[in-house]
Design a protein around this ligand. Structure first.
Ligand code: AMP
Ligand code: SF4
Length: 460
């Protein structure tokens, strides 16, 4: 997600911002601006470059914009679900972009439908628009606060109206969301600070849990729709999701991953000749592992940079092929060697199994897999596509069993304490906590017995 208020080239800035956030979603992209008191929107399926080619950006004049890149975990893949979602009404229009997953969306939707709401999309994001429009007699800020207070789960929102840009973060602050500023007067907001560097913005601070930030021509104000709960930032942001040059709450992702690799090397002992990482997401951890263990780091695998992230491919068959197209071994590095292959996580096991085989085929004598995260054993309800227990190779299996399935000589995981300590948020401060739900099965918000996983929810 990206948002900007008060810039002559708002759409262009959003385009650059989305570019720097492209790794967060590659299925669709969209930008909405305000011009002459009207919301204008352009969106489509594909990468930012594919959607905004030719003169499409020129159709988006205006001094404020929000943008979104999509990776589907909730709602179908249809164009009606591509964000920003725009709602037009005689009482004022509204555009919304959302990161995360509202866990009580089905209940709220059912309730709203009984009261006459008709939904245009199957996305959980639309629920917020209906809730905002319900209490029409209240001032806009109050309506927004009342609506946000009804949501549960993980949600970071940017909302654009004719008069203001609103930014909200769930009470546990589960998804990253940062505020930045260009030249002391133009305010920007983005899921990751990587979007700021490209547009010359300075990072100001993270949006606080339960906070509603209002940005308009009068400036910036902070309000609150919920008291702060214990902070539970998604651990997978540090492990895998975010870009290495981004910072979350002042902690740089590359440095955090290096510390994860170092900690892993302290926790396990592996006799080997060379350490290699899986490009791109585990390179930082592999460097940390090599530094700490004293085993030299080498580029044992290279990536074809023109193939997208494998995990984001919708079917298992496509994912399997994706891994093969994406990575190749460097024979001269691994031949005759005992190799430690560091990866950031094992989800279904497809990547590890393929890479172990690839390294052996290239002549590796031994392949030891070291994962810079604990085993993923439980689903994510908060907007990361780790959806069913049965998909997860580590659910109900010991590391030895998983090791056999992926065909490695040994397999080691980082401990949960190691993860928290190495990231470095753990200073006894409730504002600096992690979500560890998918590693432990203990979730930071109420996941009721009838809470449905995103893919099981009814489609309207
Ligand atoms: P798998 O092949 O299913 O075991 O997936 C593991 C690979 O996917 C790892 O190399 C990670 O870099 C990457 N990965 C882990 N979690 C996610 C996620 N939530 N979304 C996309 N990719 C992921
Ligand atoms: Fe992140 Fe896992 Fe928590 Fe989901 S359950 S928010 S992936 S740490």
């Amino acid at each position: 997600m990206f948002g900007i208020w008060g810039h002559d080239n708002a759409a262009q800035m959003a385009y650059y911002g989305l570019h720097a956030l492209q790794h967060r979603g590659q299925e669709a992209a969209g930008i909405c601006t305000v011009h002459d008191d009207h919301l204008l929107v352009e969106k489509g399926e594909g990468l930012v470059n594919d959607v905004f080619h030719g003169d499409r950006l020129n159709k988006l004049p205006g001094r404020s914009a929000i943008g979104h890149v999509r990776y589907t975990t909730e709602g179908g893949r249809g164009i009606e679900n591509v964000q920003p979602l725009v709602f037009r009404s005689t009482t004022g229009s509204l555009a919304i972009a959302h990161n995360g997953n509202v866990t009580n969306a089905s209940d709220l939707k059912r309730h709203l439908e009984r009261q006459g709401s008709i939904f245009q999309s199957t996305s959980d994001t639309e629920v917020l628009a209906h809730l905002i429009k319900k209490n029409i007699s209240y001032p806009q800020n109050e309506r927004l606060k009342k609506a946000l207070a009804q949501l549960q789960g993980a949600f970071a929102f940017v909302l654009l109206t004719e008069d203001a840009l609103y930014v909200a973060q769930d009470p546990n602050g589960m998804r990253p969301l940062s505020l930045g500023c260009i030249g002391g007067e133009t305010w920007v907001v983005a899921s990751e600070t990587s979007a700021f560097d490209l547009i010359g913005a300075e990072t100001v601070r993270s949006v606080e849990p339960g906070e509603l930030v209002i940005i308009d021509d009068k400036g910036i104000r902070s309000d609150r729709f919920a008291p702060k709960a214990n902070r539970a930032i998604c651990s997978m942001e540090y492990i895998y999701f975010s870009r290495p040059d981004s910072d979350i709450d002042g902690i740089n992702i590359h440095m955090a991953r290096k510390r994860l690799g170092k900690r892993l090397a302290q926790e396990v002992r592996i006799e080997a000749d060379v350490v290699t990482g899986v490009p791109d997401s585990s390179i930082s951890a592999a460097i940390g592992f090599a530094e700490e263990s004293g085993i030299p780091y080498e580029m044992g695998l290279i990536k074809n940079r023109y193939v997208g992230r494998t995990f984001i491919q919708p079917s298992q068959e496509l994912r399997e092929r994706g891994v093969k197209m994406k990575l190749s071994p460097v024979r001269q590095v691994v031949e005759g060697k005992r190799v430690v292959m560091v990866d950031d996580s094992i989800v279904r096991g497809t990547t590890s199994r393929r890479i172990v085989k690839m390294l052996r085929d290239a002549g590796a004598k031994e392949v030891h897999v070291a994962i810079s995260a604990p085993p993923l054993i439980a689903p994510c309800f908060y907007g990361v596509d780790i959806s069913t227990d049965s998909d997860l190779i580590a659910t109900g299996r010991t590391p030895e069993e998983i090791c056999e399935l992926i065909g490695a000589d040994s397999l080691q995981f980082l401990s949960a304490e190691g993860l928290v300590e190495a990231v470095g948020r753990n200073d006894e401060d409730p504002n600096r906590g992690h979500c560890l739900g998918c590693f432990t099965g203990n979730y930071p918000t109420n996941i009721f017995a009838d809470t449905k996983l995103p893919h099981e929810k009814e489609r309207v």
